[in-house]
Design a protein around this ligand. Structure first.
Ligand code: AHR
Ligand code: AHR
Length: 520
C-alpha cells in the first residue's frame, strides 16, 4: 500500500470503499497537474480508421439492431432509420463484418441471391439459427448509407482458401467470370473494391470454430492471403493476432509465429481486448488502459523484430479490431437472441475514453480500431422495437471520432499518481492530444473518484487564440446508466477564454473532458 500524497479522513474512508489496495492522493483542495504542449513534438498521424466499429451476426446487433425488416422505424431496405442516424453521428469510419466468432463458420454464398430463397443454418458460435437474410449485398448497402469503409473478415475456421479467394473475386473483380456474373445477376454491376480483409477471427482461441495452433494458422492464412492478393493486389490484409490472454498463454509467441509466416502479405496485426470490473474496484478498473498500452508496446516490438530484416518501407500496423468493456453479459450459458446486451455506466465511459487516449498516444502504430459492437451487443447504442437510446460509452467515442484528427502530440504530463495492484503507478490525469490545421484538441480523463483536478496547460510554441470549448462527459455518480428516455450520463459544453501561453482548466472528479482551442 502506498500513499502518494497526504489525505483527509473523509476521503480516506471513501477510498477504502473504492479500493482496498491504495490510499488515494488527497490535498485540502483540488488535485493539480501541469501539461506541456509542443506542437512540433508529434507521435504520428492519427489514422481516422481508429474510429471503426463492428457488426456481427450475434444477438440483436444485425437482425433487430441495424436491420429490422417490417418495422415502422425501418426504411424501404429494412434498415432502422434511428440506428442509422446515430451511426452517422458517431462518424463510424470503417465497419467490420460478419464476425467475430460467427465468421469462422460463415459461408458467404449462403448470404447472396433472392432473400426468400436463402438457406437457414444452425449457428454454433452463439447457439442460434442464422436466417442469412443479411449478407454481402445488404452489408454493402448499409456501408453506402452510413458512409463507412467496409472491412470483411473471411472464414479461416471451417472455410477454404478458394472460398476466401472467390469472395474477393465476387466483391472486387472487374473481369467477366462466373463469380462476377453471379454478382451482376444479384443486382450489382460494378465491383465494390473492398480494401480491408481480415484473415479470420481469434484463431488462437479454443472457443473458435476451426481453431488452429499458430503454425497451422500461419500456413493456412498465407495460402489464402496469396490467392486473395493475386485476385486483387489492392486489398489490405489483417492477420488474426492474439485475443487469448492469461497465465501460461503465450500470446506474444502467437503473434511472432503468425507474423513470421505472413509478414510479406499482411498490412495489419489484429488484436482484441475486453476489460471489466467484476471485482467492483473502481481504481483498478480505471487502470485498464495501462494494460492496453503495454500490449500495444509489446506487439509493436514483435512487429519490429519480425520485420527487421525485410526491405525498408514494409510496415505492419496494429488493428485493435475488437475492444470494449465487456464483463456483465458474458456467461457462457447465454444463448439465443438477447445475448451480450451489456448496459454501460459512467465508469465504463471513462475507461472507453482512456482506451481512445491510448490509441491516439500510439498513433504511429495503431492505425485501425473497432469498438465491439455497434448496437445492442456490447454497444454504444441500445434499441428496442420502439426506439433507441445512447449508452454512456457513446459520448466519448463520438467526441473523439468527430474531433481528433491530424497529428497526435506527445504531451508532457506532470501530476499525482496512485498505485494500482496490477499496473503499479497510474496517473490520475490520463491525457492525449491532436493538432490539425491550427486546431488543438486535448482529451482529458480525471480518474480521481472524488476530487477535481486543476490542470495548467503550458504552450511551448504558438499561442492560444480565442475561446476554448470544453465538452464534458460526466454524470451523478460512477454507476449512473442511461436508459430509454433517460440520459444521466451526457455531454455538457462550456467555454473558457484562452490567450497567451497558459490555459487553466478544472476537471471535475470522475469525468472526461475534451478541450478544443485554436492556436496562432
Ligand atoms: O464481440 C464479441 C465476440 O468477442 C466476438 O465474436 C469474438 O471475436 C470475441 O471473442
Ligand atoms: O474473449 C473470448 C470470448 O469470451 C469468447 O468469444 C466468448 O465465447 C467468451 O465469452
Amino acid at each position: 500500500m502506498k500513499a502518494t500524497n497526504s489525505f483527509s479522513r473523509r476521503a480516506f474512508c471513501s477510498s477504502l470503499v473504492a479500493t482496498p489496495f491504495a490510499v488515494h492522493a488527497q490535498t485540502a483542495g483540488p488535485q493539480k497537474a501541469r501539461v506541456k504542449i509542443d506542437t512540433e513534438r508529434t507521435i504520428g498521424e492519427i489514422d481516422q480508421k481508429i474510429y471503426g466499429n463492428f457488426v456481427e451476426h450475434l444477438g440483436r446487433c444485425i437482425e433487430g439492431g441495424i436491420f429490422e425488416e417490417g418495422s415502422p422505424l425501418s426504411d424501404a431496405d429494412g434498415f432502422r432509420k434511428d440506428v442509422l442516424e446515430a451511426t452517422k453521428k458517431l462518424n463510424v469510419t470503417q465497419l467490420r463484418w460478419p464476425g467475430g466468432n460467427f465468421a469462422s463458420n460463415y459461408h458467404w454464398k449462403d448470404g447472396i441471391g433472392p432473400r426468400d430463397q436463402r438457406q437457414r443454418r444452425l449457428e454454433m458460435a452463439w447457439g442460434t439459427v442464422e436466417s442469412n437474410r443479411f449478407g454481402t449485398h445488404e452489408f454493402m448497402k448499409y456501408i453506402e448509407k452510413c458512409g463507412s469503409e467496409p472491412y470483411f473478415c473471411v472464414n479461416m475456421g471451417t472455410g477454404t482458401i478458394d472460398e476466401a479467394q472467390q469472395w474477393v473475386e465476387y466483391v472486387n473483380s472487374a473481369e467477366d467470370t462466373a463469380m462476377t456474373r453471379l454478382r451482376k445477376q444479384n443486382g450489382r454491376a460494378e465491383p465494390w473494391k473492398v480494401k480491408y480483409w481480415g484473415l479470420g477471427n481469434e484463431m488462437d482461441g479454443p472457443w473458435q470454430m476451426g481453431h488452429k495452433d499458430a503454425e497451422e494458422y500461419g500456413k493456412y492464412a498465407l495460402e489464402a492471403a496469396k490467392l486473395m492478393k493475386w485476385t486483387d493486389p489492392n486489398v489490405k490484409l489483417i492477420a488474426a493476432g492474439s485475443s487469448h490472454y492469461g497465465q501460461g498463454i503465450d500470446w506474444i509467441g502467437w503473434n511472432r509465429t503468425v507474423l513470421t509466416h505472413l509478414r510479406n502479405h499482411v498490412d495489419y496485426l489484429s488484436l482484441h481486448l475486453y476489460v471489466g470490473n467484476a471485482a467492483n474496484n473502481y481504481y483498478e478498473f480505471l487502470a485498464s488502459s495501462v494494460d492496453l498500452d503495454q500490449r500495444t508496446k509489446v506487439s509493436e516490438g514483435v512487429i519490429n523484430g519480425v520485420t527487421s530484416e525485410m526491405p525498408r518501407g514494409k510496415k505492419i500496423y496494429i488493428a485493435w479490431d475488437e475492444w470494449n468493456v465487456w464483463y456483465r453479459a458474458r456467461g457462457n450459458k447465454e444463448r439465443g437472441r438477447r445475448i451480450l446486451e451489456e448496459r454501460y455506466n459512467l465508469e465504463d465511459a471513462l475507461v472507453v475514453a482512456t482506451f481512445l487516449n491510448s490509441f491516439v498516444n500510439h498513433a504511429h502504430i495503431v492505425k485501425m480500431a473497432n469498438m465491439a459492437q455497434l448496437v445492442n451487443v456490447i454497444a454504444p447504442m441500445f434499441s428496442n422495437e420502439k426506439g433507441l437510446f445512447l449508452q454512456t460509452i457513446y459520448h466519448p467515442l463520438a467526441l473523439f471520432a468527430n474531433h481528433n484528427k491530424g497529428m497526435a502530440l506527445d504531451l508532457l504530463v506532470h501530476g499525482p499518481k496512485y498505485e494500482s495492484r496490477r499496473f503499479g503507478d497510474v496517473p490520475y490525469l490520463d491525457a492525449s492530444s491532436s493538432f490539425d490545421n491550427g486546431a488543438l484538441v486535448l482529451n482529458l480523463v480525471n480518474r480521481h473518484l472524488d476530487q477535481p483536478m486543476d490542470v495548467e496547460f503550458q504552450l511551448q510554441d504558438k499561442s492560444f487564440t480565442g475561446e476554448a470549448v470544453i465538452s464534458e462527459v460526466n454524470g451523478p455518480d460512477i454507476k449512473a446508466e442511461n436508459d430509454f428516455g433517460v440520459q444521466k450520463v451526457k455531454v455538457a459544453e462550456r467555454r473558457a477564454s484562452a490567450s497567451g501561453k497558459m490555459l487553466s482548466v478544472r476537471l471535475p472528479a470522475h469525468s472526461f473532458s475534451m478541450v478544443r482551442v485554436k492556436l496562432g
